[in-house]
Ligand binder design. Structure first.
Ligand SMILES: *Cc1c(COP(=O)(O)O)cnc(C)c1O
Length: 387
């Protein structure tokens, strides 16, 4: 067998039931979302209608600076749309992080864009700025970054490189709703920022996504591409000389989803601070613990959106997971290096930092059904040690 594809033992732990203990994830759906969805279901608009427009407006006001929000059916749709709006074409090259959800990478395969994976920063698991600098060349047409777990990447450094090459930075902020970098919201920094409302993200609409576009001149194009390439407002006015000149998709959000999104956005300050307080509790609880180190716990110029609580365990990750499971705590890897997948070209040998941690990172439970006592319990269990 190809030595780069060596078999690794799986943890062989099935997904845990809620009744069995502290699960890794739980969707968060405020009561008000249920009321708002009911209203939509009783109305005449259930597809893309006024609630989508309202959700976009309030989302921009909260996160977008001067940008415009475009709501779509998933985070993956939002990434694909961003890549199209960034002007990427078949044969172009992009630099994108190796450690992320497959959603970041797969839309490039739709487009025939060549992926070049950048290594991670060992302290944060975010994209490694020095590696980006080493890899970039004239063929690179965009830099993609992912704020892993909710901790913003080194945006100033990435923008400095992008500026030299006159290319856009596209932020996959699926983990980072509500995070800030040097006093700015994630959402107002780069030309394109994408968010996900998939079931277990900060805000969920079942499935859904958003792109914030800073360049207003791209708004209409974005709206067309999300709807077959048709200018929908003209069509609704009955203007039939409404040619389609670019290939679009059926990527719009529905009013049912937007009603969930609006309700969750309006109480987001509460859910964000709850998540952040749980993350703080982990920091306190694991301070000085032997054999384990939290990721993204130290940052002065940026705030963590506390989507994931990830740690590096020095040894025996599989034993660690089984030990936690005995104590009724679920844990998992969640994301895998994307070069493990054949369709993404198979395993690379130029990613030493990724190689160094791939057997050591672990994600601990963090969600809205948890309280501080749950986190203290988890930390106490960890501090008792595993072998
Ligand atoms: C969740 C997620 C996405 C988007 O996924 P969808 O399921 O399509 O909403 C994109 N990137 C990352 C890093 C994610 O975690």
């Amino acid at each position: 067998m190809d030595p780069l594809h060596k078999e690794r033992p799986m943890n062989e732990l099935p997904v845990m039931n809620e009744s069995e203990g502290i699960v890794l994830f739980h969707p968060h759906i405020p009561e008000t979302a249920i009321e708002e969805v009911t209203k939509v279901l009783q109305s005449r608009w259930i597809g893309q209608g006024p609630r989508v427009a309202q959700f976009e407006k309030e989302f921009s006001q909260r996160f977008g600076g001067n940008g415009t929000s475009i709501a779509v059916g998933s985070g993956t749709d939002a990434l694909h749309l961003s890549y199209i709006l960034a002007g990427l074409q078949e044969g172009d090259e992009v630099i994108t992080p190796v450690f992320t959800c497959t959603a970041t990478s797969i839309p490039f395969l739709y487009m025939g864009v060549k992926i070049r994976f950048a290594d991670i920063d060992p302290e944060t698991l975010n994209i490694n700025v020095q590696h980006v600098r080493d890899m970039i060349n004239e063929k690179t047409k965009a830099i993609v970054c992912v704020h892993y777990g909710g901790l913003p990447c080194d945006m100033d450094e990435l923008h400095a490189i992008a500026k030299e090459y006159n290319i856009p930075v596209i932020e996959d902020a699926a983990h980072a709703l509500g995070a800030t970098y040097k006093g700015k919201n994630i959402g107002e920094i780069s030309q394109f920022t994408m968010f996900s409302f998939q079931a277990i993200k900060h805000i969920t609409t079942g499935d859904g996504g958003m792109v914030i576009v800073q360049d207003q001149s791209l708004t209409q194009k974005a709206e067309r591409i999300r709807w077959f390439g048709i200018d929908r407002s003209n069509k609704q006015k009955g203007v039939w000389e409404n040619d389609i000149t670019e290939v679009g998709y059926k990527y719009q959000m529905t009013d049912i989803s937007a009603a969930m999104g609006l309700a969750s956005l309006r109480e987001f300050h509460h859910s964000l601070s709850h998540r952040q307080s749980l993350f703080e509790e982990y920091k306190k609880g694991l301070k000085g613990a032997a054999g384990i180190k939290l990721i993204g716990a130290e940052a002065n110029d940026r705030t963590h959106a506390a989507w994931l609580c990830t740690a590096l365990v020095e040894k025996n990750r599989i034993n660690f997971m089984h030990y936690l499971r005995e104590k009724k705590i679920e844990s998992g890897q969640v994301h895998y290096r994307n070069d493990r997948y054949s369709i993404l070209g198979g395993r690379r040998d130029d990613l030493p930092n990724m190689d160094a941690v791939e057997e050591n990172y672990i994600v601990l439970p963090l969600h809205m059904k948890m309280n501080k006592e749950n986190v203290q319990y988890i930390c106490d269990v960890i501090k008792q040690g595993w072998s």
